[in-house]
Design a protein around this ligand. Structure first.
Ligand SMILES: [Zn+2]
Length: 281
């Protein structure tokens, strides 16, 4: 018997936002145990305050029969400890071998469905005006992604575009630059929404994140101060909403509408300037 698991973290922040932001956070643990009867059990657990979707992809599965289709997809809820994902039963008297990688993305791929009529607020203060320097599918770094960038000076106050729970953040980086080398150095906030989607707010300045994991945030509530950390070519805020892709171990970014003035809800356009409006109608 030869058991070898190679583990692979899927970047949560691969939005290529202002180029891909990538991190391995050690939040997800997949383990394999062999029982006395020879069966292999694969378990999973994680530390996020939201469900995650996990994909197990086998490059070797010799003389073992899984009790589910592979690649295997599963959802691990928040707080679920040592969830049994898959059982592999050996063929009698045969030499077995397993090699697999796991990938994961935030959210429950079976349930997350974006509320398409939700009116997000602009993620900055009332009456503050900033240019949308890159829009959906922007050629600079948002190809194939529904992400937006607002140019703004470092230290600009950022507010939540939608209510939810902070499930991840980083604020200790003081580095940023226009090459991939900086991808792991992004300060960010991730907020989990009631419909199972998430929002990424990226590039906060050092010590500029003013919320903590587990905190409930209201729409329009301040979450920190913008910056230029991570893979970024200049001071700006990157914003995107996403849910797990049902077919692939990736996230799927989603177009969203913003309330930009009384009675006016719209998708934003690259190159336009927008003024913060925190009203609810
Ligand atoms: Zn961006």
């Amino acid at each position: 018997m030869n058991l070898k698991n190679s583990l692979l973290f899927l970047s949560l922040l691969t939005c290529l936002p202002c180029f891909g932001q990538k991190f391995s956070d050690g939040m997800v643990r997949i383990s394999t145990e062999q029982q006395a009867d020879g069966k292999f059990l694969i378990y999973g657990e994680h530390d996020y305050l939201a469900p995650i979707s996990v994909w197990l992809e086998f490059s070797t599965l010799k003389n073992l029969t899984p009790n589910g289709a592979v690649p295997y997809k599963a959802v691990i809820k928040a707080g679920e400890k040592k969830k049994l994902l898959l059982t592999l039963t050996p063929k009698p008297k045969a030499k077995t071998d397993i090699k697999y990688v796991y990938k994961y993305t935030l959210g429950d791929y079976t349930k997350a469905r974006h509320q398409i009529d939700y009116a997000y607020c602009l993620p900055f203060l009332d009456k503050a005006t900033y240019k949308l320097s890159q829009g959906y599918f922007g050629k600079f770094s948002h190809e194939k992604q529904h992400c937006i960038d607002f140019d703004m000076p470092e230290g600009t106050e950022i507010v939540a575009a939608r209510e939810g729970t902070v499930i991840a953040m980083r604020k200790d980086s003081d580095q940023g630059g226009a090459t991939r080398d900086f991808a792991d150095l992004c300060n960010y906030v991730i907020i989990y929404h009631a419909d199972g989607t998430f929002a990424n707010y990226l590039h906060f300045k050092k010590d500029g994140v003013m919320v903590s994991v587990g905190q409930q945030i209201k729409k329009g509530e301040s979450i920190g101060y913008s910056g230029n950390t991570g893979w970024s070519s200049g001071p700006h805020l990157h914003f995107e909403v996403y849910q797990p892709n049902t077919m692939l171990p990736e996230k799927k970014t989603i177009p969203t509408k913003f309330r930009v003035a009384k009675g006016k809800i719209m998708e934003l356009k690259e190159g336009e300037k927008y003024t913060g409006y925190q009203g609810n109608e």
